[in-house]
Design a protein around this ligand. Structure first.
Ligand code: ZN
Ligand code: ZN
Length: 506
């Protein structure tokens, strides 16, 4: 006989939960998971205070590959019976898997008193059979009076224990207390079958660092959840969990802050409008950080020049944050200025573009940048510990006609001098040339770039010039003045025999 016909024959009476459990077992063995779930949903509705139905439902969901939903149901099972070890074991198994949904419920608190009426059943990963069934239960069994009953009880935190962690007896008592409320209601006919994730309030989704709703939540190995950005900022300073102080050195080393998908799903399902607001806020912040003339981040370190590479070693927390933001906003740019006494940084600087970042295990990074445009500082400011500035970009004055012809002649003769200078150098300077590469080629149109020919900047960057003199050459917007100065310096250096070091300050 066809086994499914046997099962149909065994159709139980609506209240025969033990028969339904058996039939669900049989459906599961036959691989007919949706039918098994239907029976288990009925069992959970009929006996919302019993853990057995939820445990089996979790197992079926697991077999169906719906691990996030399975985790939720198993967590609820543990809420009903914290000493039910099989559920704990199953959860541990899920969480130990490499691509496990993160243990996000660690920070999720269940509040029996929070208003939840009218909440449409949240969908986890779309189309999960977990939540629609509870929504259905809501329709069938009104939950009047829950708000009043719950408000007398303190908040109970639904803790998903990590492997090897024991639960606080007090928390258990509190949790049991929470569900006693539901059981009391059963006696008055107002049965509540709502699982704990429907009892969440927005404040349960708050990051303890920024006191705002989690944005891109990540969960540390110690089980604490923060916005990714908030945690990264803490780790810039110290490789420890900001809450429990446990070392996160290995976590930082892995550099893999996977979002806590389950929590993201719960937030999306439970507080969609608040999440949209949070996202808008984040986007507004990103837009503000993306502005490349107002409040641009300033790295105060060294002279840099248009078209010339500038490798950086980033280790200060404020600059780690700055570089990360440049990446996140997508601008990949920041200003570079030298320090100037009394001003915190010089009036002129160069925009640098990040080409590559090598992140080191301890959070430091080697950042390969290249100079883009020169700018003048209009006003100075600060953001989260680093300098910022409003700027305007510099542009060489363009000339035409006879003046242009003269400029081209000057350009030719200076380039020839630069070539001579490169040939003239001793071993020490050859070492410098090896680091900076060879003299760049001449450009066809010497006025094409707002900053003039790149080879001039290459020369200025390798010549033994005082930074204040370099800055002088840097800030002029006359190519003619720049070339004239370079010619004078080169002529002086070329007069010295190669065996006498030409690297004295000019
Ligand atoms: Zn935060
Ligand atoms: Zn922690």
């Amino acid at each position: 006989m066809d086994p499914s016909r046997v099962i149909t024959f065994l159709c139980p009476a609506p209240d025969a939960t033990s028969l339904r459990l058996c039939r669900a077992e049989a459906f599961t063995a036959l691989g007919q998971h949706p039918q098994a779930l239907e029976d288990l949903d009925a069992v959970c509705r009929a006996e919302p205070g019993q853990h057995e139905g939820f445990f089996r439902k979790g197992k079926v969901l697991l077999e169906m590959g719906q691990r996030a939903e399975a985790l939720l149901v198993l967590e609820h099972c543990l809420t009903l019976n914290p000493n039910f070890h099989p559920a704990r074991k199953e959860m541990e198994k899920i969480l130990m898997q490499e691509d496990a949904p993160q243990a996000s419920l660690c920070t999720v608190a269940a509040r029996p008193g929070d208003t939840h009426q009218g909440s449409t059943g949240p969908q986890v990963d779309g189309g999960s059979p977990v939540l629609p069934s509870s929504a259905q239960a809501q329709e069938e069994e009104p939950t009047d009076g829950r708000g009043d009953a719950g408000s007398e009880h303190s908040q109970g935190t639904a803790t998903l224990s990590q492997p090897g962690q024991e639960e606080e007896p007090e928390a258990t008592a509190e949790r049991q207390g929470q569900w006693l409320v539901d059981n009391e209601e059963e006696t008055t006919g107002a049965k509540c079958t709502q699982p704990c994730w429907e009892l969440l309030s927005v404040s349960d989704m708050e990051c303890s660092l920024c006191i705002r709703m989690f944005f891109e939540p990540v969960t540390t190995p110690c089980g604490h959840t923060f916005c990714k950005e908030c945690l990264e900022r803490c780790l810039d300073h110290r490789p420890n969990c900001p809450l429990c102080k446990q070392s996160l050195r290995e976590y930082l080393k892995a550099g893999n802050y996977n979002p806590t998908v389950l929590l993201q799903d719960i937030i999306l399902a439970t507080f969609p409008s608040e999440l949209a607001e949070r996202r808008d806020l984040h986007q507004a912040e990103m837009a503000e950080l993306s502005n490349l003339t107002k409040n641009i981040p300033i790295f105060v370190c060294t002279m840099s020049f248009p078209g010339i590479a500038c490798p950086l070693h980033v280790f200060e927390p404020r600059y780690r944050l700055m570089i990360r933001r440049c990446q996140e906003t997508g601008t990949r740019r920041f200003g570079m200025c030298i320090y100037e006494h009394g001003k915190s940084f010089a009036d002129y600087g160069c925009m640098l573009e990040i080409r590559q970042i090598e992140l080191l295990a301890d959070g430091r990074s080697l950042v390969d940048t290249i100079g883009r445009r020169r700018f003048r500082v209009l006003s100075r400011g600060h953001r989260d510990g680093y300098n910022t500035a409003d700027i305007e970009y510099l542009e060489d004055r363009k000339v035409a006609g006879e003046e242009l012809q003269e400029l081209q002649c000057l350009h030719e003769s200076t380039y020839r001098l630069a070539q001579q200078f490169c040939e003239h150098q001793d071993l020490a300077s050859r070492h410098i040339l090896m680091q900076h590469g060879p003299l760049p080629e001449k450009e066809e149109d010497i006025q094409a770039s707002a900053d003039g020919p790149t080879w001039c900047w290459w020369l200025i960057s390798i010549l033994p010039l005082d930074p204040s003199y370099q800055l002088n050459l840097f800030s002029t917007t006359s190519l003619r003045a720049r070339l004239t100065q370079l010619q004078r310096i080169l002529a002086t250096l070329l007069q010295q025999p190669p065996e006498h070091s030409p690297w004295g300050r000019v």
